[in-house]
Design a protein around this ligand. Structure first.
Ligand code: NAG
Ligand code: NAG
Ligand code: NAG
Ligand code: NAG
Ligand code: NAG
Ligand code: NAG
Length: 277
């Protein structure tokens, strides 16, 4: 599937008005939710002035800090049946911390997209000077008590006891279609992509998940399940598609952990040398 297809597909979904939660989840992957599309325009139009003090919660700097919180929460609490997304930013405050970076204080609401619960959170995000990953502290109402879902348990048991290792590619395909059976693997891919986006985010970046290129379940000796993921991210500042290879583990008890992650060379380079490994 070409990059062009992904982008036009994304633009198509962005034109939808009242999104259901499933649709919002589609948007989360398909890059251009209406909010995000607006952010890109803002980001491109406005020569960024790093304001301090009370900020407009709808503006790009606050949204970007809120995205870092979203990714952080996904890395801590995400699963094949739990995917979090910022629903609303209530307030944002920024200050320069000398020689350290810029710190945002946020009040946000976060929605769990599959069980459909909403949680109010207070968060602090520090974007360090230079290129380091943001540091996030967050406390949310009732997030700790959001237990493993029965769906997570059932999915885990199914995969753990199956003779065949799961494998899938192009989630979703170029028509936006995904087999219902494969949705949990895609959700897990969204959670995995949050690890990359949290690591890579700075005050200048804006990423979104584009697609799970492919995913392969690996055999394990332990209780945890293991997967190799190839994930396509959309860098909305450069408009490039960036590919990452990740190996993750997951169990309902231990949550999602990243074993390895590696940025892959650009797609056009790979197309020039197919199947040479
Ligand atoms: C969207 O939702 C709002 C309020 O829920 C409703 O007033 C409006 O008619 C809806 N628009 C469409 C296109 O369904
Ligand atoms: C931070 O730097 C500014 C300007 O250099 C200075 O006025 C302020 O006192 C410093 N604040 C702290 C906490 O060091
Ligand atoms: C999700 O919850 C919100 C309010 O908590 C409700 O308005 C909405 O209809 C729910 N959506 C689904 C798909 O259950
Ligand atoms: C997060 O909390 C720790 C411990 O309270 C604190 O040392 C750190 O500065 C906080 N980080 C941010 C970004 O607020
Ligand atoms: C989560 O599990 C704990 C302990 O098993 C239980 O006390 C709590 O009520 C559960 N919370 C929810 C929201 O089901
Ligand atoms: C997954 O995609 C990557 C990158 O296109 C490719 O190198 C790899 O062979 C694929 N793996 C499978 C199992 O198809």
């Amino acid at each position: 599937m070409s990059v062009q297809t992904i982008i036009s597909l994304a633009l198509l979904t962005s034109t939808l008005g009242n999104a259901s939660d499933e649709q919002k989840l589609e948007d989360l992957m398909d890059n251009f939710s209406p909010v995000t599309a607006k952010l890109i325009v803002e980001a491109e139009a406005v020569e960024e002035v790093m304001e301090t003090g009370e900020l407009n919660p709808n503006h790009y700097p606050v949204r970007r800090a809120a995205n870092a919180v979203q990714h952080y929460i996904n890395t801590q609490y995400g699963s094949p049946f739990k995917v979090f997304m910022v629903e609303k930013v209530h307030s944002g405050y920024a200050e320069d911390i000398n020689n350290t970076g810029r710190k945002y204080q946020l009040e946000i609401s976060v929605q769990e997209m599959l069980g459909n619960s909403t949680h109010k959170c207070s968060a602090e995000v520090l974007f360090p000077k230079g290129d380091g990953s943001p540091e996030v502290n967050v406390s949310c109402e009732e997030l700790e008590t959001l237990n493993t879902t029965k769906d997570d348990e059932a999915f885990y048991e199914k995969l753990k006891t199956s003779q065949n290792m799961l494998m899938a590619q192009y989630l979703p395909d170029s028509h936006g279609h995904i087999e219902p059976d494969m949705k949990p693997l895609r959700h897990l891919g969204i959670v995995a992509s949050s690890f990359i986006m949290l690591k890579e985010s700075t005050e200048q970046t804006l990423y979104n998940m584009a697609q799970v290129g492919n995913v392969t379940q690996l055999a394990t000796e332990t209780d945890e399940l293991k997967f190799d993921y190839f994930i396509l991210l959309h860098d909305m500042v450069s408009q490039e598609i960036i590919r990452w290879k990740l190996q993750i583990s997951w169990s309902p008890l231990e949550g999602v952990k990243v074993q390895q992650m590696e940025k892959m060379p650009h797609c056009h380079e790979c197309k020039k040398t197919p199947n040479t490994d």
